[in-house]
Ligand binder design. Structure first.
Ligand SMILES: [Mg+2]
Length: 388
């Protein structure tokens, strides 16, 4: 079998773009893949156009060798754009191989450890009574791992740029998280995503304002370029960290795992370089008794491939899903994805059909046209930029 073509489908799904790819073979089998670098689709599409020439004519079963060729085929190897492109190709090749051999993708990864994947829900409720209402709703429907979002009141500057002031966020956020824990007691695991919006001092101050049992995980309190900064923060708080959704290789995970900085691996299969790279990170995390808590903010392709990863590893906590009683974002549009994994409340059933178990309708995706976005800047009240 040979790879015949690589096609790109940047598509608006719900309120977010998904960059979906299709790899076709000369035997009529095709595979679906997805890139995770949301908001920079044009850059990833450019990388994929470079890679198209490298993969056409190759045997799609040679997944590991193709990964190495793509990563090392030019002098300037690595980086988020390239590994997001490699991820999309790697995922599509696993889909092809599973379909060709008549087995679900987790069988290519060693077989399944579990029948369903435990999920966590997110509530974007503002810090206030609605937060506790949302948590009670989720718990009543069987969701016992709940992630929240920081206080960000929605103020805007005169030109419309959103304002975010970290020191004004951490007090109300800690206050309402403490109240939330008081309300739910031991009925739920609680976490918060701070979306790397804090400095070391701000994050440490936030943690000091929390009760000792308030949080089970703190996701991405600061940016991750400097592991030493995270080490400094690690020494200043006892709250477990969940880090890694932006990491684009095993090498980026290396200090976070080996130096004991993160306690959950927030791996993103569509960013880290696909299943080939994700399985290496998973094994490394397993050796350090760190469970995976995969980032899965996109749609059915990312969910399906993450479910196969989750099925095939022993060290697994919970997988993110953006479809729950508190979030209906339209990311799982059945018109665009007529075949997709089955979700039963807080469980994603591990697909058992050959390949990934997801199909995308290219025709349905033709309209509306892809409109690339420049991005959104969060600003301090004084006009300076801050992390978004
Ligand atoms: Mg996050």
């Amino acid at each position: 079998m040979k790879i015949r073509d690589l096609k790109l489908y940047p598509t608006m799904v719900g309120r977010r773009h998904q960059l979906i790819i299709k790899i076709e073979t000369d035997e009529g089998i095709h595979g679906w893949g997805e890139s995770g670098l949301s908001g920079r689709e044009l850059a990833v599409m450019g990388a994929l156009r470079h890679y198209r020439e490298l993969i056409i004519g190759r045997n799609p079963f040679d997944i590991g060798a193709i990964w190495q060729d793509l990563y090392r085929s030019q002098y300037f190897e690595g980086g988020r754009v390239l590994t997001a492109a490699i991820a999309a190709i790697d995922i599509a090749l696993h889909d092809i191989k599973g379909k060709a051999l008549g087995v679900p993708v987790h069988q290519l990864l060693g077989g399944k450890h579990r029948d369903w994947v435990p999920l966590f829900a997110t509530t974007g409720a503002p810090m206030g009574p609605k937060l506790i209402e949302d948590a009670e709703l989720l718990i009543s429907e069987g969701w016992n791992v709940i992630r929240t979002w920081m206080h960000a009141p929605g103020e805007q500057r005169e030109n419309g740029d959103p304002v975010y002031e970290p020191w004004e966020s951490i007090g109300p956020t800690a206050h309402w998280l403490n109240k939330l824990r008081e309300a739910v007691g031991d009925r739920a695991v609680l976490g918060i995503d701070y979306h790397h919006r804090l400095s070391v001092a701000e994050a440490a101050s936030f943690c000091q304002k929390l009760g000792r049992d308030t949080l089970d995980f703190l996701e991405e309190p600061i940016r991750d370029e400097t592991p030493e900064a995270y080490e400094a923060l690690r020494r200043m708080t006892h709250v477990p960290f969940a880090i890694g959704e932006e990491f684009s290789s095993k090498w980026q995970f290396l200090p976070y795992i080996e130096r004991g900085i993160t306690n959950f691996a927030r791996i993103d299969v569509c960013n880290v370089g696909g299943l080939t790279e994700a399985m290496k990170v998973a094994g490394w995390a397993e050796a350090h008794y760190i469970d995976l808590m995969p980032h899965n903010p996109l749609g059915p392709i990312c969910s399906a491939v993450t479910a196969h990863l989750a099925a095939a590893v022993p060290n697994f906590a919970w997988m993110e899903i953006r479809q729950s009683p508190t979030e209906q974002l339209g990311f799982y549009d059945e018109r665009l994805f007529p075949v997709q994994p089955v979700q039963q409340g807080p469980r994603l059933i591990v697909p058992t059909v050959p390949g990934l178990g997801v199909e995308f309708d290219e025709k349905a995706a033709e309209h509306p046209e892809f409109q690339p976005r420049a991005g959104r800047l969060l600003r301090r009240r004084d006009g300076s930029v801050t992390n978004s």
